[in-house]
Design a protein around this ligand. Structure first.
Ligand code: DOR
Ligand code: ZN
Ligand code: ZN
Length: 425
């Protein structure tokens, strides 16, 4: 019989505090990291030679739309979590569905949980959706976090500022409320003047809504608030001034700007939109030890993009793009470990996650920083079948992904089966 023990030998372990060369002993039965030490005897255990590799904590993507059960023709928990694993993401937090049914009621939330339990290949958590009137139900839902859309979604999953303020007061204060902040009034007014998506939903629309959300949250006392997909430096500054706020940045907003719309065409539409090159550079300079990276994985089919669906698939490119940023010296490995794993685990209280440390879950990503590879929709495995980064050549090849001590992705194929994922408490 195969030993349940694995020793990762001689790799460089990236932690928020530094990089250290050590052996890591893992028990694939309990799924935990047992010991980290400079030399661990591998007798009786399986040894994996990691001398030329970096060991990263499994990435956490706290903002994905896997579309199950809303529209599984474009993605499902099974295909979306396969894509996650191909990109070193071992835990996702899935956003509420907009419709069919919108995850704004307790029965719909529980139904979705049952589907996730059967289909997820990596670990997961689900987020409840706020509507104009479901404050009491949201508060009773047991969901570890809540999503508030301060923007028109064309479904019941949207809130006015007044409804959002009532959610801020009603939802348990220690649990984060995640906010998509764009000001509907300003957007609607600009629709009359502009046709270009990025002009209609401009930077100021995002900044106004961000400021208001933070103000309402402050009025609700020591309420945890998390600002989704910030696109401007000013919003990051606002969050940094607020005591109980965390925030996320989508790697797409660090790597693409309105100049790229020439090549991307209709595929380049996203909410909030791509910004100008100067703003993109400013946003990059804001990336710091408090940043949380999140992909806002929105896997629409090309024909749906053609008819105006906003969003990019991104769960499979989040870590690869940030590894390339390490290669080009925009980021250090300790900061990478922080912003792709540690900070999200803390912000969303994901127990066992976020770090390669004794006692934690053995979610480990093996990376060869010297190896170059090419991003393509084919190797990113999302059912939507495209990526805005098609053909990009990048450094930092993911050679293996371990989920709770078991090989879940071998660098080519996903080995973790649907149903292997566990809900994170
Ligand atoms: O572009 C976007 N697409 N932004 C969002 O906030 C939602 C997402 C989606 O779910 O399609
Ligand atoms: Zn959003
Ligand atoms: Zn989203």
């Amino acid at each position: 019989m195969k030993s349940p023990f694995i020793v990762f030998k001689g790799g460089k372990i990236a932690t928020p505090l530094g990089v250290r060369r050590a052996d890591v002993l893992v028990d694939s039965k309990s799924g935990r990291i047992l010991r980290i030490s400079s030399h661990i005897l591998s007798k009786g255990a399986r040894a994996i030679n990691c001398h030329s590799l970096i060991l990263l904590p499994g990435a956490i993507d706290p903002h994905v739309h896997m579309r199950d059960p809303e529209d599984t023709s474009k993605e499902s928990f099974s295909t979306g979590t396969a894509s996650a694993l191909s990109g070193g993401v071992t835990t996702i937090i899935d956003m509420p569905c907009y419709r069919n049914p919108a995850t704004t009621t307790i029965p719909a939330y529980n139904k979705k949980r049952a589907i996730a339990r059967k289909k997820c290949r990596c670990d997961y958590q689900l987020r409840f959706g706020a509507s104009e009137r479901n404050q009491k139900e949201a508060a009773r839902s047991n969901s570890p976090s809540l999503k508030v859309f301060l923007a028109d979604t064309g479904s019941e999953l949207s809130c006015s500022y007044a409804a959002a303020a009532r959610h801020f007061a009603a939802f348990p204060k220690e649990k984060p409320i995640c906010v998509h902040a764009e000001d509907s009034a300003r957007i609607n007014a600009r629709k009359l003047r502009f046709v270009e998506h990025e002009k209609v939903r401009d930077k100021i629309s995002a900044q106004i809504a961000c400021e208001k959300a933070l103000k309402f949250a402050a009025r609700a006392g020591r309420r945890r608030i998390h600002m989704c997909h910030l696109t401007t430096a000013k919003e990051v500054d606002m969050c940094r001034r607020h005591q109980n706020a965390t925030y996320e940045i989508n790697p797409a907003h660090l790597h693409l700007c309105i100049d790229d719309l020439r090549d991307l065409g209709f595929l380049g539409k996203v909410n909030p939109p791509l910004r100008d090159r100067t703003e993109m550079k400013r946003l990059w300079r804001k990336v710091g030890d408090d940043t949380i990276m999140a992909s806002d994985h929105a896997p629409h089919l090309p024909r749906q993009k053609k008819s105006g669906a906003p969003g990019f698939p991104g769960v499979g490119t989040l870590l690869p793009l940030m590894l390339q940023a390490v290669h080009s010296r925009k980021l250090t490995l300790p900061r990478l470990a922080r912003i792709t794993s540690y900070n999200a685990a803390r912000a969303f209280s994901l127990s066992g996650k976020g770090e390669i440390a004794e006692g934690k879950d053995a979610d480990i990503v093996l990376v060869d920083m010297a190896r170059k590879w090419r991003i393509s929709a084919k190797n990113r495995l999302s059912k939507c079948g495209w990526t805005p980064f098609e053909g990009a050549e990048i450094y930092g090849k993911i050679e293996g992904v371990y989920l709770r001590g078991r090989l879940a992705y071998d660098g080519k194929k996903v080995l973790s089966r649907a149903g292997n994922g566990k809900e994170v408490k």
